[in-house]
Design a protein. Sequence first.
Length: 602
Amino acid sequence: MPTPVVPALLSAVLLSLQFVTSSALNTATAKDTRPNIVYIMTDDQDIELGGLTPMNKTRKLLGDDGAVGEAFYIATPICCPSRTETFSGRLYHNVLTDDLSGCMHTNATGYTFQHEAAIYPALQASGYLTGGFGKILNGQGQIFVPKDTKKEPVTSGFDWLSLPLDEGDYFANMFFEKRPNGTTWVSSLGKKAELVDTWYQTSQIGNRSLEFIRHAVAQKRPFAAYLGPHAPHYSADAPPWAQELFSDMQAPRTPAYNTSRGQLEKTQHVAQNPPFNAEMEKYIDIHFRDRWRSISGVDDMIALVIEELDRLQVLDNTYVFLSSDHGYKLGQWRLGCSKEHPYETDVHIPFFARGPGIAPGTRLAALGSNIDIAPTFMEIAGLRPNPEHDGQSLLPMLHSKQGSPERLAIEASWRHSLLIQYIAVGTYYNDHAKLWLSGPSAQPGNPPTYGAGPFAIDASMKAEECPRTENHTVGEVGKGRCWFVDSQESNNWAAVRVRNATHNYIYVESFGSKAMNAPTPGGPGIGIYECLEGDLCQTELYHYGPIASEYPNYPIMTDERWSIDNAYRSTSPAAKHQLRHDLREAYCSTRRLDVDRFGCGK
């Protein structure tokens, strides 16, 4: 496998940026020696399919020189909810809107920028200089430049912002800017017709963050920098210097890839998915290569950020974290290219940390979650634990030696199960993911080109014909005509992921559209976690086998790992009752909002 070199393009763009100190920003007070925090959140980065393999520099600089979370999970496998959970430290049902409106059903803006438990408002209030770069939330252009000109941008929590208005465009030309004096404006890299490869989003994010870091160091202020590259989310555009990498590779053919085994026991939209044809496999492989190329650009960005922290002599007093907003699948269970499911591909994510007190080679085997990131950052900043958080700080575990009495005591009191939930954001198919085919050059006027994967076996079929194919006759596994990746009819679910010394499984209950449109008991919202007559529902139980240290050897090619055999039907009635009780208790014991979707008061 070719090893990417440090890109000349990224370094050249870095050198072209000039650091400007404004007298209006010279407001440093008494020296604050608290540690700095740099947090990188990738988008759609898997771990189960080898998504860390292209990141040689990151695995050395963060994994070998710091800590790896080997059992790190997200609480919802889709963008806006997961990001909102991360920024607020709260579980999915504690960031939902009552009527399931908002960004993918969540009050994303409120819990990211305005809530007392949110990371960056809390750090800013405590004296940190805070900066945001790249993708924070989906549709962020409307947050920072509202269509209603009477509305102000929502920027609370951040002193410095420099991020694309269209977070999904790898070559976006318009950026929202904010500086510590409160000034905001929109900057432009040029007209779209003038697009060149130096606009590449990951490079822009990295370089703009370095400008902020230099400013903070010059001000002698502790800083918290958030970097949100869009990679490797579709269209997964390749960096200009990496467009030919991995050209001889294909997506991993795991035991669950394009299989019909166990398919009938999956939820309905999965059970109907037909076998792949050559065109489907072609696009999955294209997308896989693009994802590895785009994540190699993030690898370069991380290396340059750490290099600059070292040059500025602040690396030893800086924590650097990396995680993803969720995982991804590529052909597993005939699901094509997407997330949204309770399987390991979607919910198990990368986690790295390095910084003061973290010994090189540290490994965390405990069940961590994205809801732990906010309380971890609060403790780093010397803030008291916030009772509004559902997560807990990872710092004591990161600072303890594996196998030591301190670590064993922490692990004994740590969670052994995690509530994971999802409510469908729509019914759509494999062709939703546009694929990068070629990129711009150094010469203007050469835009990237994209394609789309197939959504149905029959190329002449229309998308509006697909929904009726989901509710096929029971037993006709794989007889559908369309490759669903999400479904409002059968992809609303709650799950409990259990991982301890004796058990390693996930239990899932899925609910249909009737349940999601039903009023909640004793509350003002809609959406209940209870199957109603006529719904497309399913119950799933997957045992993953003995727990072992697997990093960095992914993918794991054992059948147990791939959620193939649904064990629920063969489980005893008493065990089924206990599983249902545990799931309900996981929800009810953590519910903070008035809306009750599980009937906890019954």
